[in-house]
Design a protein around this ligand. Sequence first.
Ligand code: MLT
Length: 412
Amino acid sequence: MARVNENYLKLKAGYLFPEIGRRVKAFADANPDAKLIRLGIGDVTEPLVPAVTRAFHSGIDALGKAETFHGYGPEQGYEWLINTIIEKAYNPLGVELKTKEVFVSDGSKCDSANILDIFDLSNKVAICDPVYPVYNDTNVMVGRSGEADEQGYYEGIVYMPCTLENDFTPALPTEKVDIIYLCYPNNPTGIAATKEQLKVWVDFAIANEAVILFDAAYEAFISEPDIPHSIYEIEGAKQCAIEFRSFSKTAGFTGVRCGLTVVPEDLMAKTASGENISLNTLWNRRQSTKFNGVSYPVQKAAAAVYSDYGLEQVKKVVAYYMENARLIREGLQGAGITCFGGVNAPYIWLKTPGNLGSWEFFDKLLQECHVVGTPGSGFGPSGEGYFRLSAFGSRENVEEAIKRFLSKWGNK
Ligand code: MLT
């Protein structure tokens, strides 16, 4: 009989968001009249903007005519999209990239998992705690860890706690690590990193010949002027960092699927015999073999995000969500609830009222207020006692959710 990849059996729980979905469904089935407000998974709620839908339609129309039909596209993405991304998203930051350094994909979740294909299993990985669960679970799946301990820490993975005591900013690892995951603005804490903070990581990575996997999926939500949008704004980063970006939250593509990964040509890693190998070449080889590119209409839609109309329209949607974030943050803070984030990210990270456990609070909020959030402990042991609310939702729902929340926990 075929054997399974037993690394999967080491995973402690189901993936966080389906687990939340199961609990919410059970509640909704038992309480069909409850008006649920979902501020759990960071899924967008506003429709695609008109500039995007127009381009999407035109892409589909092109596929319907022999003279404009497109079959397989380049696995790396169409050059017209890549060059637009470089010109509109990176050049204004002072970052120059070559076309071959940018790879268009079906999303940064997949890329941040698939990137592990090009790294040896012996690499020591460092991740934040709490963290976007994909970084942890995919390393367990490929066999880079042992079993989890009682707290949920997997043997062999280096965890960098992000707690109130360190302002949710991880300290540099004290042991040798080879791959470091950073996500800024951060999911789940909503905290952003300054240039000075990222410079420390870049210097550390260069000094230790480590690679930073930098997830910038939420860069569009940065509102403070000095916060970097890309790790490549930091000198030296092209020697040590891979960056992931996404159209999901920036432009409402969670269901459309499009993201990108930047692998600079200068970025090298070693073979067992000490030879330097270009990670760009390996990633290109991986993508060419395992991926057939993003569909033509989706890439047309993605390019439209950078048109003048597109930029203006998506900025308005981002501002709408960030106003939600402000309302949640200020509403909770005004009522004495300790919370973080929500300024440069669409997530508010709050201390659970009454020191409830994260899942305990999740159940209470669901059952008593009919509001869905995400338990902090689902992002890692250091998230225990915290809770994440997402700013993705209609204004009406967000206002109603705050009202319900405060009716139970205001000024306590
Ligand atoms: C989240 O809620 O953390 C995100 O929606 C997950 C994701 O982007 O995959």
